[in-house]
Design a protein around this ligand. Structure first.
Ligand code: FE2
Length: 540
């Protein structure tokens, strides 16, 4: 197809899908709803006889918990590594779901029927409602004669509730080709209310080309994983590969996840409609639409997050009683292009242009508005790229990362002004992207260590990206000297657990000794606290 015609067809298809309502239908209303809202599903027979093999190869997940509801997710894929996953190109499969107060499903709280449509790659998103706040539930799915594994989840506390504490995991950067997801196996054994995944859930690169870290001798990958993901089919298949990992499945099955993406779910260091190769924006948006659609399909997200072509509203807000407000950001979709051609550069008029934005104007207004209205003890910002300044030499004038908030200082200043104007005493930023652990004080002026501390930033290292790493990377002493507000820096793989209560926020930085070999033990490399009403990190 000629390029322009192909593009037009893509946009038309995307617009059509955007208008159509995707329903998760429960109970007896199913048949009626299908016939009125889903013409293609009406035509396609809802069937389970296509399932001759176990379709639950990719596990289960839950996410975005509210006080009375949680999203339950699964995807049917009898043959996970094959294009099409062993299911028909068109059609739909009826899937039963149930959520119970006990692990043996003796006390079922809600049950219903959903439909896995070929159009959404046989994924299921159930918004299970009518649940009790701050309670653990177990859930599972059934299709034909097959039953999924059991997932455990937990609702959020009710609005206004006095919550004693909340404990969550911070994870990012799962390069399959760089090693085993051992850190996620350890994460699954933690006692957590929820997990925040702040991006690079999967990578677009050819898996086998960059691979070798995992032992492929018992697990030879088909050749189609040896290409960069470009099409909807590529992205869907890549999610199947990642989600076939048992440690990732265990971590999803243990807790509800709040997810947001970074760049690699789409393409390295893209900015809005500008990709890394500077392809024409209309061309990149076709790829972005494919990536966003596959992301929504494969994550436990609700309807308001469903993409419309190349657009998807991923930033959103959650409350854990009066204790915490979580403003989950998307710093990729709306950002200005990186200044000075990206990478580490000296800041200057281009990066410091006040019209530049990392969040886009609409998201920024939403964020500052949320600060103003907040009554929470802790205001937490789960997001992608490092918020605090990081100089990479001890010289006064030093290069900064143009892809992080350092490349968008006006954007950062507006957020910090919003924090001060709203009178937020307890501001915590959660970050991924850089494949190392950092603990950072957020300064009003990062170049003046005596200036006011406005909050703290916990940066969590990667699950695998960068392979095994080291406790003290080569630039450890330069970075810690050049940035006195950097209280901790560790270059191993792992995750962070964060515990909030009325008195303090505590971060425990967990590391694994290796990811290129399976089964590495877990260590707590360091722990920090910041007191409520007295921002600034102290070693615990
Ligand atoms: Fe990454």
């Amino acid at each position: 197809m000629a390029h322009a015609a192909h593009q037009q067809a893509m946009r038309a298809a995307a617009a059509h899908l955007g208008r159509r309502r995707f329903l998760t239908v429960t109970g007896a209303a199913a048949a009626l709803a299908f016939s009125t809202n889903l013409p293609s599903a009406q035509a396609a027979q809802v069937r389970t006889d296509a399932l001759t093999e176990d379709p639950f190869t990719l596990g289960v997940a839950s996410g975005d918990p509210l006080p009375d509801a949680v999203v339950l997710w699964t995807r049917l894929a009898p043959r996970a590594y094959e294009p099409g996953n062993g299911l028909p190109e068109e059609g739909a499969v009826r899937v039963e779901w149930e959520i119970a107060r006990d692990e043996r499903f003796a006390r079922v709280a809600r049950r219903g029927t959903a439909t896995a449509h070929a159009e959404f790659n046989y994924t299921v998103h159930v918004d299970a409602k009518g649940l009790d706040p701050d309670r653990v539930y177990w859930y599972r799915f059934r299709a034909g004669k097959w039953t999924s594994t059991v997932g455990r989840t937990r609702t959020a506390p009710s609005h206004g509730a006095r919550v004693r504490d909340v404990r969550f995991g911070l994870v990012s950067c799962q390069a399959y080709h760089d090693g085993y997801f051992t850190a996620l196996k350890h994460l699954a054994a933690e006692d957590l209310d929820a997990v925040f995944h702040v991006g690079d859930y999967q990578y677009e690169y050819a898996v086998s080309a960059v691979g070798g870290a995992r032992n492929y001798t018992d697990r030879t990958l088909p050749a189609h994983f040896n290409t960069e993901t470009m099409t909807l089919g590529d992205y869907r298949l890549r999610y199947a590969l990642y989600k076939s990992d048992p440690d990732l499945q265990a971590a999803h099955a243990a807790f509800p996840w709040f997810v947001t993406w970074d760049d690699h779910e789409t393409e390295n260091n893209y900015a809005g409609d500008v990709d890394d190769n500077n392809d024409p924006p209309e061309e990149f948006l076709i790829r972005r639409a494919a990536a966003y659609r596959a992301y929504w399909e494969n994550m436990p997200l609700r309807m308001p997050q469903q993409p419309d072509g190349p657009d998807m509203r991923l930033y959103r807000r959650f409350h854990y009683g009066r204790l915490a407000q979580f403003d989950i950001l998307d710093t990729r979709q709306y950002r200005s292009d990186q200044a000075y051609g990206d990478g580490w550069q000296y800041p200057g008029p281009e990066s410091e242009d006040p019209s530049r934005t990392l969040t886009g104007a609409t998201q920024e207004r939403w964020l500052l508005d949320g600060f103003q209205r907040s009554t929470a003890t802790w205001n937490v910002l789960p997001q992608q790229v490092t918020f605090s300044q990081r100089k990479n030499t001890t010289a006064d004038r030093s290069k900064l990362s143009m892809d992080a908030w350092d490349g968008y200082p006006a954007s950062r200043d507006r957020v910090l002004a919003g924090v001060e104007q709203a009178g937020l005493e307890n501001f915590v930023v959660l970050t991924g992207d850089v494949h190392v652990h950092y603990a950072l004080d957020i300064k009003k002026d990062f170049n003046d260590s005596s200036s006011k501390t406005l909050g703290v930033e916990f940066v969590g290292t990667s699950i695998t990206s960068g392979k095994d790493g080291a406790d003290k990377p080569a630039n450890w002493s330069t970075m810690t000297t050049a940035n006195p507000h950097m209280k901790f820096y560790n270059g191993r793989r792992g995750y962070v657990t964060v515990t909030l209560d009325g008195h303090q926020a505590r971060a425990d930085y967990k590391t694994v000794s290796a990811v290129t070999t399976p089964g590495a033990p877990l260590t707590t490399a360091a722990s920090f606290i910041t007191e409520a009403g007295n921002p600034g990190l102290q070693q615990a």
